[in-house]
Design a protein around this ligand. Structure first.
Ligand code: SAH
Length: 233
């Protein structure tokens, strides 16, 4: 079973949206498992505080190295094979390739920060990689963790209906996806492109490929450049 381990101050956020629909069904069916580790459980004082004021001054609070360090060690002991990831805007940008890589392993361990972030020494002292959901600042790592897990879980065998669905999707081929249509045939005067109702599978395939290329070239020159280079190889 693929396992997700989450170090968090808000364990009640889980499974949250991942308890519903495809991911929820897969969770119920034991295709994947989710274990939260409440960082506050490692606090020692009677207020169970996990954060303190930043050295050097400034606004906000920082999660303490000693308490988070213990939580990280407990998570590593439970799943020694997992990558340990700190969710952070400074990290490498999460993408489909990373989701595919994580999904192929036994699972992943995610550390969710809160407040201003965590004491840097934990990142120096433990084998932790930093990964970002995107170039924006969230109030905590939990929403990023849920998004990344969603991307991984739908890649696990048996979660999404057919493997074909996954192969054709945006990013998997290096291109953005072609447009989709369904009934009704005409809507507000707009009809479905004729080729899609022609029954000619080769033509449909060629049209979809051409559309995927057109949209990628237009919207994501960065992806397009990489795609073109990969085609030349
Ligand atoms: N002071 C930090 C932001 C802290 S936000 C800075 O300027 O970089 C609080 C927590 O939210 C972080 O510890 C991190 O775990 C999480 N977080 C915020 N934005 C994120 C993003 N884009 N991707 C992943 N995690 C994020």
């Amino acid at each position: 079973m693929w396992n997700a381990r989450i170090l968090t101050l808000l364990p009640e956020m889980y499974p949250g949206p991942l308890g519903l629909s495809l991911a929820g069904k897969a969770l119920e069916n034991g295709i994947w498992g989710l274990e939260t580790l409440d960082i506050r459980g490692f606090a020692r004082d009677k207020h169970r505080s996990v954060d303190d004021t930043p050295a050097g001054g400034g606004p906000g609070m920082v999660m303490r190295a000693d308490i988070l360090g213990q939580a990280v060690d407990a998570a590593i002991a439970k799943a020694p094979g997992n990558d340990v990831v700190y969710l952070s805007p400074r990290g490498r940008r999460f993408d489909q390739a990373m989701a595919t890589e994580w999904a192929a392993r036994d699972g992943v361990t995610l550390i969710c920060g809160r407040f201003e972030g965590i004491d840097e020494r934990v990142l120096d002292a433990r084998p932790i990689i930093e990964v970002s959901l995107g170039d924006f600042v969230l109030s905590g790592g939990d929403v990023a963790a849920l998004a990344m897990l969603d991307a991984c879980v739908r890649l696990l065998p048996g979660v999404v209906g057919t493997a074909e669905t996954l192969v054709e999707e945006s990013f998997q081929s290096g291109l953005l996806e072609y447009p989709h249509y369904t009934r009704p045939q005409a809507w507000e005067g707009r009809t479905i492109p004729e080729v899609l109702t022609s029954g000619d599978h080769a033509k449909v395939k060629a049209w979809r490929q051409a559309e995927a290329e057109r949209i990628t070239r237009l919207r994501r020159p960065d992806l397009w450049e990489r795609y073109e280079a990969s085609q030349e190889d």
